[in-house]
Ligand binder design. Structure first.
Ligand code: SF4
Ligand code: SF4
Length: 135
């Protein structure tokens, strides 16, 4: 079993299609929607995490592409501005998955992309506006 993150782009005509239902039912994949910007009749974006075997994953991606949905490996990330950050640790306190931590014994903020669920709690919590999210 592998876990991969995809950045999906929906054309307006597909914006409301129940693609996660098909990924579960037809391909036995486990989807986890991390972020979505979907409006009826408008182009949409979704950051989707999929868990399954390589074969299931390839079949699921082929299905998405056949539906006209743009599929890319996710490049979403959080961006830390070192000039603004004072390493106060507030963002680590609100980061439930533990993606942001303070390195033990040092004044260094560490980001683990694999643990991040792009909830933006750190963006809101930072008093210095040192964190931004790219999606
Ligand atoms: S809350 Fe902001 S200033 Fe504080 S450690 Fe996090 S990024 Fe740096
Ligand atoms: S976006 Fe959420 S999960 Fe990711 S680092 Fe910030 S608080 Fe943690």
């Amino acid at each position: 079993m592998a876990r991969r993150r995809l950045d999906l782009t929906f054309p307006p005509r597909q914006a409301t299609k129940a693609i996660t239902y098909h990924l579960v039912k037809d391909f036995d994949l486990v989807p986890n929607i991390l972020r979505a910007q979907i409006q009826p009749a408008q182009e949409g974006r979704m950051l989707l995490e999929l868990t399954g075997s390589a074969e299931q994953f390839e079949a699921g991606v082929a299905f998405l592409r056949a539906e006209g949905i743009g599929v890319r490996e996710a490049a979403s990330d959080i961006c830390l501005d070192d000039e603004r950050c004072v390493v106060c640790g507030l963002c680590t306190a609100v980061c439930r998955p533990g993606a942001l931590t303070l390195a033990e014994g040092t004044a260094e903020l560490v980001f683990d992309k694999d643990k991040c669920v792009y909830c933006e709690a750190c963006v809101v919590a930072c008093p210095r506006r040192a964190v931004t999210l790219r999606f």
